[in-house]
Design a protein around this ligand. Structure first.
Ligand SMILES: Nc1ncnc2c1ncn2[C@@H]1O[C@H](COP(=O)(O)OP(=O)(O)OP(=O)(O)O)[C@@H](O)[C@H]1O
Ligand SMILES: [Mg+2]
Length: 301
């Protein structure tokens, strides 16, 4: 009887015991880092970052959004989040990373980082490693990091673009936007000829127009730079987007079946189906910050 009770306890214990977590060793854990950028401003980067992050989060991916856009219309405002502190408070030692990170829909973690990149250059190597330690402690096991950058070629933008393993270049079908996007691509190619660049066309009036723009960009890149870019898909012009912004909610949540939401979902699928080409050593959380530190420090970007 006692034996039976013991056996029963063991069984119950086994059922309730947490499922074994298969720990990957740190060196085998991979995180994809995408800097989302453009030539011209106002083409939809922040909206794409916020909604793509949520789409990826819904598919079970752990997503960190690094909000590196100084303008006011950035990811936290779009999602109605109210961060009180930012990365500069971590760098100055006033706050721990866990105190500045805000959680968005689908568990996405937003790191307000617009203020702080310049301060990175002031760090000593040991302090940088401390910061990386904070990321590994507070945000372990991330699958993807999306960096929302400001438009244009300011040093802080370019540092992120060079530090990220992959770049998502956003344009609209307007020549002013795609010609600026091409200038950005030229710059990326010059410094990092092997950088994996994805393209998305936002605010096209039709799939045909989006496709034509992507084709044109792809051909220019191939012909003049010999740089292959992958078309990640497009988000058509959709009144759901400004509507959702007015409510400070993601359009993926406000209008999940709308045209823009469908475009984002297709992008998320393509992104997850694409293989990152960045070398393994560039696919950990520390690599983004180490490279950022390096580029910011030498002002190479
Ligand atoms: N697919 C879309 N359909 C309709 N309007 C859109 C779409 N995408 C973006 N917009 C509009 O474009 C505006 C700019 O978008 P967003 O702020 O995301 O651009 P951005 O590239 O991040 O700008 P910045 O360069 O200033 O950071 C938004 O306020 C929104 O009204
Ligand atoms: Mg923006």
């Amino acid at each position: 009887m006692t034996d039976q009770a013991q056996r029963l306890r063991e069984l119950v214990g086994a059922v309730h015991a947490p499922a074994p977590v298969i720990e990957l060793r740190p060196e085998t854990r991979r995180v994809r880092t995408l800097a989302v950028t453009s030539g011209k401003g106002g083409v939809g980067k922040s909206n794409i970052v916020a909604n793509l992050a949520i789409a990826l989060g819904r598919r079970g991916r752990k997503v960190m959004v690094v909000d590196a856009d100084l303008s006011l219309a950035n990811v936290d405002v779009l999602l109605g989040l109210q961060p009180r502190f930012n990365l500069s408070h971590v760098l100055s030692g006033e706050k721990r990373l866990g105190e500045i990170v805000v959680e968005g829909p689908s568990g996405i973690k937003v790191v307000p980082a617009a203020s702080g990149v310049a301060e990175l250059t002031m760090l000593r190597e040991s302090e940088l490693e401390g910061l990386i330690g904070e990321f590994t402690t507070f945000l372990p096991d991330m699958d993807l990091i999306l960096v929302d950058t400001a438009a244009g070629m300011a040093d802080s933008v370019l540092s992120f673009v060079h530090a990220a393993g992959e770049v998502l270049l956003v344009t609209t079908p307007e020549p002013t936007a795609y010609l600026d996007a091409y200038q950005m691509l030229k710059h990326i190619h010059f410094h990092s000829p092997d950088k994996q660049v994805h393209l998305t066309v936002n605010m096209a009036g039709s799939e045909k127009e989006a496709y034509r723009t992507a084709e044109f960009m792809g051909q220019m890149a191939k012909r003049f730079l010999d740089h292959e870019i992958s078309h990640l898909g497009s988000v058509l012009r959709d009144p759901d987007v400004p509507n959702a912004i007015r409510h400070q909610k993601a359009f993926l949540e406000e209008s999940p079946h709308g045209i823009a939401a469908r475009g984002i979902q297709a992008m998320a699928t393509r992104l997850l189906n694409s293989q990152p080409s960045a070398p393994a050593e560039d696919q950990d959380v520390g690599s983004l910050w180490r490279k950022l530190f390096k580029y910011a420090k030498i002002g190479k970007a």
